[in-house]
Design a protein around this ligand. Structure first.
Ligand SMILES: [Zn+2]
Ligand SMILES: [Zn+2]
Length: 249
């Protein structure tokens, strides 16, 4: 079985707090994940950097982006170029399809404007090409302020013809892998097949009570221009560094 965390942020997101190198180092050293997707908010630059660095760490990285559609956040995976924000869900999924990618509804059904609604997803799936591209839904997102909301997402996943995905939505290193997706097989090709055939299952870890305090602390450090960094040499220590010194566009 493969184990994937398909929703991970880096400092390329305005609210990410770890560099790409630190993210890969952490995944290698502290998780049993076989595959991750880097999905920064409305930018693909971190994902492309991660794909380039991944062989040094022996990790499979799927390039992705968390697109802010007009109706809510959508994960686009297996894409190589940025996808513009602000388009409708249907238009956005067509842009993902043009790149040969697939899409997953991020934290659907939540009470916030950045969460896709069930009615919007169901309406989009009526289009055959959309249904081939929008194949999954986060039935468990480990970074929701209120984890009980995942019960609604899970119920939605049982009503909609979509694969169940668990993901960390990590904005801090230690959250990576706190939720993940099991799939038959090993590599990203098998993952795509599993999503298309709805044969994925969820992996969920208990979230420590200090999550919110840690999140706020990390966001404060981010605002102060600090981020968790590891040099590009695998095995080097992860430490807090100035963003300006580590963020090389
Ligand atoms: Zn989101
Ligand atoms: Zn996210």
């Amino acid at each position: 079985m493969g184990k994937a965390d398909l929703h991970v942020h880096t400092i390329y997101s305005y609210d990410g707090t770890a560099t790409v190198a630190a993210t890969l180092e952490y995944v290698k050293r502290h998780t049993d994940l076989t595959t991750i997707a880097i999905t920064d908010h409305d930018t693909i630059d971190g994902a492309l950097e991660a794909v380039a660095l991944a062989p040094r760490y022996g990790i499979e990285v799927i390039p992705g982006i968390e697109v802010t559609t007009a109706e809510g956040h959508l994960l686009a995976l297996f894409v190589q170029a940025p996808i513009p924000a602000g388009r409708s869900l249907i238009e956005t999924v067509h842009l993902v399809a043009e790149q040969g990618g697939i899409a997953i509804a991020a934290h659907p059904g939540g009470p916030w404007r950045w969460c896709l609604r069930e009615a919007n997803i169901a309406a989009a799936l009526a289009d055959a090409q959309i249904a081939q591209t929008l194949v999954g839904l986060e039935a468990y997102n480990a970074s929701l302020p209120n984890l009980a909301l995942n019960q609604h997402a899970c119920a939605m996943g049982q009503r909609l013809p979509l694969a169940m995905v668990g993901a960390s939505d990590a904005h801090m290193l230690w959250m990576i892998g706190m939720a993940a997706t099991w799939f038959p097989g090993e590599g990203s090709r098998d993952l795509r097949t599993a999503l298309a055939h709805r044969t994925t299952t969820l992996s969920v870890s208990a979230r420590p009570a200090h999550f919110l305090a840690s999140y706020l602390k990390h966001q404060l450090l981010r605002m102060m221009g600090l981020a968790q960094w590891a040099p590009s040499t695998p095995g080097a220590p992860i430490a807090l560094r100035r963003l300006a010194a580590v963020h090389q566009p």
